[in-house]
Design a protein around this ligand. Sequence first.
Ligand code: NAD
Length: 499
Amino acid sequence: MQQIGHFIDGSIVCGTSGRQADVFNPATGEVQAQVALASRAEVDDAVARAAEAQKAWGATNPQKRARVMMAFVRLLNRDMDKLAEALSREHGKTIPDAKGDVQRGLEVVEFCIGAPHLLKGEFTDSAGPGIDMYSMRQPLGVVAGITPFNFPAMIPMWKMAPALACGNAFILKPSERDPSVPMMLAELLKEAGLPDGVLQVVNGDKEAVDAILDNPTIQAVGFVGSTPIAQYIYERGCANGKRVQCFGGAKNHMIIMPDADMDQAADALVGAGYGAAGERCMAISVAVPVGDETADRLIEKLVPRIEKLNVAPYTAGDDVDYGPVVTAAAKENIARLVQSGIDQGAELVVDGRNFTLQGYENGFFVGPHLFDRVTKDMDIYRTEIFGPVLSTVRAQSYEEALSLAMDHEYGNGTAIFTRDGDAARDFANRINIGMVGVNVPIPVPLAYHTFGGWKKSGFGDLNQHGPDAFRFYTRTKTVTSRWPSGIKEGGEFNFKAMD
Ligand code: NAD
């Protein structure tokens, strides 16, 4: 059985806590590895070593740090296939999806190559007589990132690349469900020239997370995961005086106006609702057609597309639409929520409950589900299902559709499909959600913009990646300096004034 340890001071080490977790192959349901779960003492030791390594790294000029990022990009491209395979094997997503996971992380690393420019301070010449004022961005010291299972390459890179480029040491606590790719990323960063100890990967569960939150050396914590844990980490981290940003769960609505191109809307919904088995924080999980006629046309287009989805393991070829969900517990949770939808009166138009795949009976596969006539009070509407289940809520007007999305407690992403520029513009301006698509179902901002949800989808200030990441991982120091002037009025130099 493969054993996955921690990455400390540039080497893979075994855990010493005596605690481990099983890592599954979601396609077969078999345990394929065991990952060490770090104790508080192991985390504290990794942090102390990182603090030592950070001193020289923080003093390294930003261009040299950027060159490490440049080499990292080259190595990520070199190992793309290897990374994607390892990722699919533990997560279950298709190979193209896994490559997308690596690619969207890689793009943030590319952005971080601009660190010398992004870290440039500000300067005011002659703020007063003989007085100059300048602000500089300095690293925080040791910072940490706690990341979810659903993007095991992208989200660790979103966190560690900007933190490292800013001159911090970084403690990564990846998801214990798919820890191999984060370990591979650490090895690639070492190969790219990152000094030992500047990046430490501690695998673990709540014990490791609590150790991070309580360790006084750690100055900032970035988290991505479910909302209850996001809120917990935000509160405990802040109570311990840290800078904290936490990104949580989602329930993303897509509004379909009567004038939308219905084929385009249906294609977009199938990709955004069922891709990666719905295990994306930017997945569309609620379709809101405006008007019953729109709803009927949409459902008519959706059903055959959903029934045609090819649900299979990533090894089955390039035309697989999505694979298994991550664990048996995730599968059971989805089944429970689907049953609650039926019990609470929603209409199950596509029923994926009896889905089985020959040869993969023990895998965590879930067939696609489509609900119609879902209402606001139902559990399937209020809860993040994180599976291949799309709910249709019929709205009678644009205002009703807008209010639905606005009243939901989550505010990660949303989209409107329409040909009407006025409606799209009004929607983008009024909606209280962080990322908005106009005829774009998954509006994930590119690396040089920032990513972040509102309401219960985001806690704390500043977004992920883009310029905000450089603000989050640095603090500003402003220096006011005054030198006795040796220059006489009229420009003649007065040497006596310098004595
Ligand atoms: P999760 O909350 O279960 O786990 C996230 C991290 O928290 C993991 O590293 C895990 O080890 C740790 N953790 C779990 N339970 C903990 C506890 N009780 N105390 C302390 N730490 C704990 O999330 P997940 O299932 O890995 O990921 C899926 C969730 O992440 C979904 O809700 C999804 O919407 C969300 N997500 C959000 C974004 C975003 O940017 N908003 C992006 C990706 C995923």
